[in-house]
Design a protein around this ligand. Structure first.
Ligand SMILES: NC(=O)c1ccc[n+]([C@@H]2O[C@H](COP(=O)([O-])OP(=O)(O)OC[C@H]3O[C@@H](n4cnc5c(N)ncnc54)[C@H](OP(=O)(O)O)[C@@H]3O)[C@@H](O)[C@H]2O)c1
Length: 228
């Protein structure tokens, strides 16, 4: 590892895993449901947030123990707050939660993508990426980017997971916390992939993966070669 000396895949067998409270803003959607399933199986407590508490309650009823339904505001009361809303609602929801997210570690999972007759493509974002935009909007929070390219369908299925999760950020402690969280999910490995300014390529890469999925009828993922 060059530069930041951030660990890769740190959950060695025998290392006690920290149980986290994870909040999901927009947790009722495809990614939120998939992550909830995996995180609760890994022993974490999950707070599924929604603009409509009844929607979160309906999803929570299908999940196991350790999962609670909350408003998006309530989802911010967590060790790590994952943002799993569409890009179209990203800025507005983050602005509305700015106070609740102050002092929190926020994990932006949002991909600014467009879709037309030629397939998926990355949208241009003035801030450089959704993740950088989140940090602009939330100056009192520490923003990390992760889970952008992990298939929600795969997280929700019984298939064994076997892929890396690229994690970007500028704060070492927050990066450690997010990489460690990824590592608690069986079959996923968190990999430090650069500072926040490198989030855009990862968000855009998801357009390639969706194109691959459509062409080959698979749920593709990312695996970095050369790491132990
Ligand atoms: N799907 C995937 O495989 C996948 C994988 C990696 C990353 N992502 C990224 O993760 C994000 C969520 O994807 P998704 O497929 O889970 O999306 P989704 O199902 O369309 O939406 C997720 C949730 O966001 C909330 N929401 C919708 N519009 C909103 C708005 N305008 N403002 C605030 N909240 C809104 C909704 O919850 P309530 O109505 O309950 O509030 C919805 O259930 C996207 O940015 C996507 O690029 C997706």
């Amino acid at each position: 590892m060059h530069g930041m000396n951030v660990r890769v895949g740190t959950s060695d067998p025998g290392t006690p895993q920290v149980r986290r409270v994870v909040g999901l803003v927009g947790g009722t959607g495809a990614l939120g449901r998939g992550l909830t399933r995996q995180l609760s199986m890994a022993g974490h407590r999950v707070r599924i947030g929604s603009r409509d508490l009844a929607r979160a309650e309906a999803i929570t009823a299908m999940m196991g123990s350790g999962v609670v339904a909350v408003t998006n505001q309530g989802a911010c009361d967590a060790d790590l707050v994952l943002v799993t809303v569409p890009w179209s609602g990203h800025d507005e929801i983050l602005l509305s939660l700015r106070d609740a997210l102050t002092g929190r570690t926020v994990v932006d999972c949002v991909n600014p993508l467009g879709f037309d007759e030629r397939g998926p493509f990355p949208l241009s974002v003035d801030a450089g990426s959704a993740t950088q935009r989140a940090q602009q909007l939330l100056p009192g929070s520490v923003v990390v980017g992760a889970f952008h390219h992990v298939s929600a369908d795969q997280l929700a299925s019984d298939d064994l997971l076997d892929s890396d999760v690229l994690v970007v950020g500028d704060d070492r402690d927050a990066l450690h916390a997010v990489i460690d969280l990824v590592d608690t999910i069986t079959g996923l490995r968190g990999v430090y992939a650069g500072r926040l300014r490198n989030a855009g390529q990862i968000e855009a890469l998801t357009a390639n993966l969706i194109a691959i999925n459509r062409r080959y009828g698979v749920q593709s993922g990312v695996r970095i070669a050369g790491l132990d």
